[in-house]
Design a protein around this ligand. Structure first.
Ligand code: ADP
Ligand code: MG
Length: 832
């Protein structure tokens, strides 16, 4: 087999494994218990590791040695403490245990070392990388990632009896246990593409379980006994009732599922243990919940999902009638209220044709069958007396009634024959001489998987292994155009004009992977060979239109003085190239034109961590920013803006109070939720204040353009003229733009241009040098400053302007930050 064939849904709550085989997908069952789903739960009992239902049950005995819902923390540096082993495990390690257990579902003895694993469409790069890493840890040699909405669509589209989807579009509404994803999917010429998506990595059925505990169970218990903040005592790791919390969640989930079929459900906590309050009084442990009580609890969240769906419609100028249906997947969509409410709010028919629990795994298996295992041809060709290598080329999905099959053969081909036969006997190529290039038109059965056998034999009819034994082509089925990037990936650069940083987009959201890009930047600060100074190539993920503070850090390539073969001078160009693989491995390489050196780095799945203390500080900074903006708006008599900022201020303060309540060892996802919301508020502030920035930006642009044009005319060279023309020619596009960042970027480019000309001019250098001489006493390294000034004086006497420019540059680097003015900026990244 040269295709991957196994598909895995590595879910927050449940995981499944399926296999594609000759046109059919089989979902494997757990050999213990015969269920398709494996709860994504891991338990540690001394040296034994249990995964799935047994782990779930064990939680009632020793909750502190059982972990679940770790998918939400993939790609973060959070670890899970495990009492029984007296240590902790990362989300990646825990996922690997689940994957290994899934391998056990396959009892045929077949090697399971390649698989397509699904991820939510909203997973960012770190989260994706961590998922792949988990696959590798579980012993998979090849791991391919697939976004869940695509998997769900494949499961539906490849199903018999599916509606004709050609040239249509629909929404995939995936509401699982831990994540919510909504995606707009389209088929263009037989290829499935995700056009747009929205999602919340922190919303799922488990939140509903938590709501039941918080809003129904806890109040019921507090009515029956005396507790000192029962919820806090449940949720904090060191709380008095912390081991009861997972048990309550589990009971809440069972009741919730019952409510999908019945109008009320009973929770009997007495089955679990003797319930006592703080005073040791035994409590009545039977709690009953009605469906309408439950619907009241989740209404806000469900309506929130409809808002995300509407956002997609608006963004893509679509009316409900333009969409074929809303395809429902994920266990939470079993809830009748969810189906009803979405249909009611959107006016689009809801499609519940596929099994919401296994659809993702089924789709992943379909996809895996269209992908070859990289490098498989060599490895699977068993060594033979006559070594034969075959490279094949054909489309695995076809809309035609015939498909061309081509192959190149290498090795000693003399006296060899090949034969291709369709499995239903309707096609037989007969024995043909094997030449270095063969080509065959294969007739296809409509709407089906067509399986052909491929054989090479010698003159005696003995089969010769060639690494290819079947050719599989799906006729009239759909394939996937490619994986897309969920958010912009940008490079952080110093913004000379604003004493700040700005973003330069490298890959835009929805770019189909794999992708490549190149950028050229300039070194903003001289880095001396052997020094500890560095330049930082920082990559962030989020909206490139916004400030870097609203983006998530992805990785950094550092180049320090100690790595340099020569000094790296201010203004030197650095050529950057970026590649991102289909499975989201980002590689960045930097070529330093000044030294001729090349640095390269694959961004490892380095985790994002959100310590509670840092979160609180960031929230305080955000509060301050909003208050400043409010003052400005007040001064400019913009009462409406003041009121809108007021709302954001309130939200920020609410987040601050929530953050202050978080214990530093909080075990819930709250800090990630808070961090997500903080980023959203920051984005809103930047958007709201954009009018003010637009006005200021346009004015600054006009001034900068005038100054730069004068300077280029007097002293510019060809390169400067080109740089100026590049900005001015693009003027129409950004000057009327509603995004201040774009205008500010132009201003900063002009200022950088102006500075690069000025620094070449003797008059400017002399003036700068003289000013710097008077600044000498306050410089960071007075000894070095004095030496530089002596050298500068001598360059000045001998009119060695280039050398003087170097001295000026190095003196600028010695200035304390607060003293730097427009040209003498504090540098964040060292590139501009
Ligand atoms: P994930 O993709 O996060 O692994 P699933 O798609 O398997 O999750 O969905 C699991 C979620 O669905 C859980 O929160 C579970 O409680 C919920 N769920 C499963 N069955 C039902 C049901 N019959 N009614 C309501 N919710 C359900
Ligand atoms: Mg799921």
């Amino acid at each position: 087999m040269s295709t991957i064939n196994f598909g895995i849904d590595l879910g927050t709550t449940n995981s499944l494994i399926a296999r594609f085989n000759r046109g059919q997908v089989e979902v494997f069952k757990n050999p213990i218990g015969f269920k398709e789903t494996l709860p994504s739960v891991v338990a540690f009992r001394n040296d034994r590791i249990m995964v799935g239902d047994t782990a779930r049950v064990y939680a009632e005995k020793d909750a502190k040695s059982v972990v679940s819902r770790f998918k939400r923390k993939m790609g973060t540096s959070e670890t899970f403490k495990i009492k029984s082993v007296n240590g902790s495990k990362t989300p990646t390690e825990l996922s690997a245990f689940v994957l290994k257990e899934l391998k056990n579902f396959v009892q045929s003895g077949e090697q399971v070392d390649a698989a397509c694993i699904t991820i939510p469409a909203s997973f960012d790069t770190l989260q994706s990388n961590a998922t792949k890493e988990a696959g590798k840890l579980a012993g998979f040699k090849h791991v391919l990632l697939l976004q869940e909405p695509i998997a769900a669509s494949l499961a539906y589209a490849n199903r018999t009896g599916a509606q004709d989807l050609r040239n249509s579009q629909w929404i995939v509404y995936d509401f699982g246990g831990g994540t919510f994803d909504v995606a707009l999917v389209k088929i263009v010429e037989g290829e499935l593409t995700v056009v747009d998506h929205e999602g919340d990595n922190y919303l799922g059925g488990t939140d509903f379980d938590a709501l039941i505990v918080e809003k129904l169970i806890v109040p019921a218990l507090e009515r029956r006994g005396r507790f000192d903040d029962l919820l806090a005592q449940l949720r904090s790791e060191s709380g008095r009732y912390s081991s009861l919390y997972p048990v309550l969640l589990q009971k809440a989930e069972e009741a919730k599922m019952e409510l999908s079929a019945k109008s009320s459900a009973e929770i009997d906590l007495g089955m679990v243990r003797n319930l006592e309050d703080d005073d040791g009084k035994s409590l009545d442990a039977l709690i009953s919940i009605t469906r309408s009580e439950y619907e009241g609890l989740i209404k806000e969240a469900v309506d929130g999902t409809a808002v995300m769906l509407k956002k997609i419609l608006t963004r893509n100028s679509l009316q409900p009638a333009d969409l074929k249906f809303v395809l429902m997947v994920g266990g939470t969509t079993y809830t009748p209220f969810v189906r009803k409410r979405i249909e009611e709010l959107l006016g689009i028919p809801v499609n519940t044709d596929i099994d919401p629990t296994n659809a993702i795994a089924v789709g992943a298996a379909f996809f895996s069958a269209t992908r070859e295992i990289a490098g498989d041809a060599q490895s699977s060709a068993a060594p033979t007396a006559r070594s034969l290598k075959l490279r094949v080329n054909y489309n695995r999905n076809s809309q035609d009634d015939e498909e061309a099959f081509n192959a190149k053969a290498e090795g000693n081909l003399a006296g060899l024959f090949y034969r291709i036969q369709r499995d239903d006997g309707a096609f037989d190529s007969g024995l043909k001489a094997l030449t270095s290039r063969i080509s065959e038109d294969l007739p296809l059965r409509a709407g089906a998987y067509n399986v052909f056998s491929f054989k090479v034999v010698d003159g005696q009819g003995t089969a010769i292994p060639c690494g290819v034994d079947t050719i599989q082509i799906a006729q009239g089925r759909y394939s996937v155009a490619g994986q897309m990037l969920p958010e912009d990936l940008s490079l952080v650069k110093d913004d000379v004009a604003k004493n700040d940083t700005r973003l330069e987009c490298v890959f835009t959201r929805n770019t189909v992977l794999p992708a490549k890009a190149k950028r050229t930047v300039e070194v903003a600060k001289s880095i001396l060979k052997g020094s500890t100074d560095e330049i930082r190539i920082i990559i962030v993920e989020g909206s490139a239109e916004h400030h870097s503070s609203t983006n998530k850090p992805l990785g950094v390539l550092r180049i320090t003085g100690s790595q340099l073969s020569k000094d790296l001078l201010r203004g030197t160009e650095v050529d950057l190239s970026f590649t991102m693989s289909e499975s989201r491995d980002l590689t960045v390489s930097a070529y330093l034109n000044g030294t001729g050196q090349e640095f390269s780095q694959v961004f490892d799945p380095k985790a994002r961590s959100v310590p509670v203390a840092i979160l609180s500080t960031e929230l305080m900074q955000l509060e301050e920013l909003i208050q400043q903006e409010q003052e400005t708006a007040q001064d400019n008599q913009k009462p409406q803006l003041v009121a809108e900022l007021d709302k954001l201020l309130e939200q920020t303060q609410a987040l601050m109070s929530q953050a202050s309540k978080l214990a530093s060892d909080d075990v819930t996802d709250d800090r990630f939720k808070l961090e997500d919301r903080k980023r959203q508020v920051a984005q809103s502030v930047f958007q709201m204040t954009s009018t003010k920035r637009l006005d200021a930006g346009r004015k600054a642009y006009r001034e900068s353009r005038k100054l730069a044009a004068e300077l280029v005319q007097k002293h510019g060279n060809d390169r400067d003229r080109h740089r100026l023309a590049d900005v001015v020619n693009a003027e129409a596009a950004f000057i009327e733009s509603t995004n201040p960042e774009r205008i500010e970027a132009a201003v900063s480019e002009l200022e950088a241009l102006r500075y690069s000309i000025l620094i070449r001019l003797p008059d400017f250098q002399i003036a700068m040098f003289e000013r710097l001489m008077s600044d000498q006493p306050s410089m960071n390294d007075p000894v070095q400053a004095r030496q530089l000034i002596e050298a500068g004086k001598s360059h000045l006497r001998q009119e060695r302007w280039q050398d003087l420019a170097q001295v000026v540059g190095r003196l600028l680097d010695l200035l304390p930050d607060r003293e730097r003015t427009v040209e003498e900026i504090r540098l964040h990244t060292g590139i501009m």
